[in-house]
Design a binder for this molecule. Structure first.
Ligand SMILES: NC(=O)c1ccc[n+]([C@@H]2O[C@H](COP(=O)([O-])OP(=O)(O)OC[C@H]3O[C@@H](n4cnc5c(N)ncnc54)[C@H](O)[C@@H]3O)[C@@H](O)[C@H]2O)c1
Length: 357
């Protein structure tokens, strides 16, 4: 088995690489990454210790991808994953990496063989439609009207039929465009592919920052100190997300590595689901309980650009395909993050210090 992981030094890519190594001790596993994300370089020693080959390469450059050679599986995890990407002068970077990078991966497997697992995002869904969902404010969190169920959403969460029309951020649009190209390549060239639209993924080894990886950042501030604020939607921390432990995602991918089976050519929402959803206010309580530290959390009432008040993945479709389900709850996710931060304090504290990105 020969597996390549683009973005293989990143949070998700490196976690998946290490998990695949456990299941496949003799496989050739290659992590390709240009180390764009600050902190990704810290994952390289862990990869090296497990015999995972690192190639410093850029998915925007087909010649770099060509170095991967013939493959059985290509896991496409390289991205600029911030919903704020493009607000400065980096619009080309997010589009070229997230969209053209995937096209380059598709061309590679078309020429050299291999199947593709694409990590897409819940942010392919329409921001306006997500903001239009009626919410009430209950028990420190926004909640959906339990009597209502319409196309695309229900109290169980957002399903795959939710609208993708209209603006969704440059990040979301570039992921959706990449999904479309995957569908074209599977149809035209018979490439096997599966698309997992993930909600928030969290766990150890994520170099969290304000605009991406906020669950890690929230715990990091509780461990190392520093300021936190509830931003937007009245500034009370009522916004809700579901969290998927990166090890649960690894379980899913490990189960499909040898054979996509009934996942082939499908798009699935994959997340922690309603049971593993929390508001920021609830997250604060969990961080306090685990770390034993209490912070004063600031309040900024104005909404941030590109933010949404509520997202929970409806896992119904993926659960129906087999035996995968998320096994680690929010407390496990946050406890694992806590131990990682605490055990690697010297290396990680400067990365998470206020002002660092
Ligand atoms: N973390 C989440 O909550 C989440 C949620 C949904 C989807 N995803 C998807 O999962 C994948 C991995 O995200 P992550 O959270 O690990 O992010 P990450 O930033 O930790 O990892 C992405 C990696 O890609 C690398 N990279 C960026 N541009 C590159 C380029 N041009 N060429 C080669 N490498 C490049 C970065 O250096 C980084 O190591 C992404 O596709 C993302 O869209 C993540």
């Amino acid at each position: 088995m020969k597996i390549a992981i683009t973005g293989g030094a990143g949070f998700v890519g490196s976690s998946l690489a290490l998990r695949i190594r456990q299941d496949h001790p003799t496989a050739e596993i290659i992590a390709l990454d240009n180390l764009y994300r600050p902190g990704s370089e810290l994952n390289l020693p862990r990869l090296g210790e497990q015999g995972i080959i690192f190639i410093k390469g850029d998915v925007r450059n087909p010649n770099d991808i060509a170095e991967l050679g013939e493959l059985d599986v290509l896991l496409d995890c390289a991205a600029e994953p911030s919903v704020l990407a493009g607000q400065g002068d980096e619009a080309r970077y997010v589009i070229d990496t997230n969209f053209l990078g995937t096209v380059n991966c598709l061309e590679h497997v078309r020429n050299c063989g291999g199947r593709i697992i694409f990590l897409s995002s819940s942010r392919v869904y329409s921001m306006a439609a997500l903001r239009d969902i009626p919410l009430s404010d209950q028990n420190e969190r926004f909640s959906l009207d339990a009597e209502t169920s319409v196309t695309g959403w229900s109290p169980a969460g957002i399903n795959e039929n939710f609208s993708t029309a209209g603006p969704r951020t440059l990040y979301g649009a570039s992921k959706l465009a990449a999904e479309m190209m995957i569908e074209e390549y599977t149809e035209m060239y018979g490439i096997e592919a599966v698309i997992y639209r993930c909600g928030v993924i969290a766990g150890p080894c994520q170099m969290g920052k304000v605009e991406q990886g906020v669950f890690t950042l929230w715990m990091a501030r509780h461990v190392f100190g520093g300021a936190l604020s509830y931003i937007g939607y009245g500034g009370a921390g009522r916004q809700v997300r579901d969290i998927l432990h990166v090890d649960d995602l690894a379980d899913l991918i490990a189960s499909r590595l040898a054979n996509f089976g009934n996942h082939n050519r499908q798009i699935f929402n994959v997340g922690g689901g309603f049971e593993n959803s929390v508001s920021l206010a609830q997250l604060t309580q969990i961080c306090e309980d685990i770390s034993g530290n209490r912070l004063e959390i600031g309040s900024i009432k104005e909404n941030r650009p590109n933010d949404i008040p509520w997202y929970v993945s409806d896992n119904t479709k993926i659960l129906a395909t087999g035996d995968w389900f998320p096994q680690r709850d929010v407390k496990v996710v946050m406890t694992d993050i806590y131990h990682w931060l605490n055990d690697n304090r010297t290396t990680l504290e400067p990365l998470f210090t206020e002002g660092s990105k």
